[in-house]
Write a protein that binds this ligand. Structure first.
Ligand code: G1P
Length: 291
């Protein structure tokens, strides 16, 4: 039986200490790439891939994320009265409908695996997508949509992967590559934040997953791993014993917005690609670089 992917989980409980003081009162996921909050970009990608229910695993001080996905009557009214109908139309078009969002709190920062586990009741017994909003992926079609195509074929667990320079593999989860199957390949092993010498490849986990619900009991049984945290990768390794995992080297460009350089690069790339600002921004940048 083919089981559709209807729900997506967004872990957004992280403190964002790398962006202090910006993140003292604002969640890091609300920092913007040009004019769109990082979390909105991940939701855009999920919606494009057909997701109907958006589950946010939040923490303290993350209230503005919930506000962001709510209706703003006063703002809509003001826009209407001022005749700013284009802005109004964009806001209403993007707003998830009532009942399409759920929020739950992680309560304690025990790791990514634990954050995903916090969504277990909201996900229920069906496969789901998982998007780490820090990883902004610029791709057409979006990365999750590319993964959905593989899912149609395999009905398995799917992980988006990309090659990084070998000196960076220790910052990520890394997969071991087995047989190629069309666009995708079998994953035969995984390791979280390995030393360069211990990494099975330089193909890293890019923060996009399609997972079967059997991951939840594996996480529940999980002892803390790398960094003393409950690691999702460790639970996936256990699940790999009974359920296949496939990797997809997606087409697109990733910006790790959990990191200041990546965040700046995402803003420059999106500024340059912006339909209205792009040309002027390029001129401005050229001038700055020459000066
Ligand atoms: C997490 C995952 C890791 C993945 C990375 C992508 O690590 O554990 O496997 O490669 O996200 O951003 P984190 O960035 O939370 O340390």
């Amino acid at each position: 039986m083919k089981r559709p992917i209807r729900k997506a989980v967004f872990p957004v409980a992280g403190l964002g200490t790398r962006f202090l003081p910006a993140t003292k009162a604002i969640p890091k996921e609300m920092l913007t790439i040009v004019d769109r909050p990082v979390i909105q970009l991940a939701v855009d990608e999920a919606r494009e891939a057909g997701i109907e229910h958006f589950i946010f695993v939040t923490g303290r001080n993350k209230g503005t994320i919930e506000d962001h996905f709510d209706k703003q009557y006063e703002l809509e009214d003001t826009l209407r009265r001022r005749g700013k109908l284009k802005e109004l139309e964009a806001l209403t078009r993007e707003l998830p409908q009532a009942g399409q969002t759920s929020f739950t709190r992680q309560q304690e920062p025990l790791g990514l695996g634990h954050a995903v586990w916090c969504a277990r009741e909201l996900v229920g017994n069906e496969p789901f997508a998982l998007l780490l909003p820090d990883m902004f992926i610029h791709a057409t079609p979006g990365c999750l949509k590319q993964m959905m195509e593989v899912y149609q074929e395999t009905q398995s667990n799917i992980i988006a992967v990309e090659e990084v320079p070998w000196e960076d593999v220790h910052r990520y989860g890394v997969v071991a590559k087995g047989a190629q199957m069309g666009n995708a390949f079998e994953i035969t092993g995984m390791v979280e934040k390995p030393k360069r010498e211990a990494a099975p490849s330089n193909l890293i986990i890019s923060g996009r997953y399609i997972l079967q619900p059997e991951i939840f009991p594996e996480i529940a049984a999980q002892e803390p791993g790398a960094g003393g945290e409950i690691q999702l990768t460790d639970a996936m390794i256990r699940l790999m014993g009974s359920k296949p995992f496939h990797g997809l080297k997606f087409q697109g460009q990733t910006y790790d917005c959990g990191d200041k350089l990546g965040f700046l690069a995402a803003n420059v790339a999106s500024g340059l690609a912006h339909p209205e600002l792009g040309a002027k921004f390029r001129q401005l940048l050229d001038g700055m670089l020459k000066g």
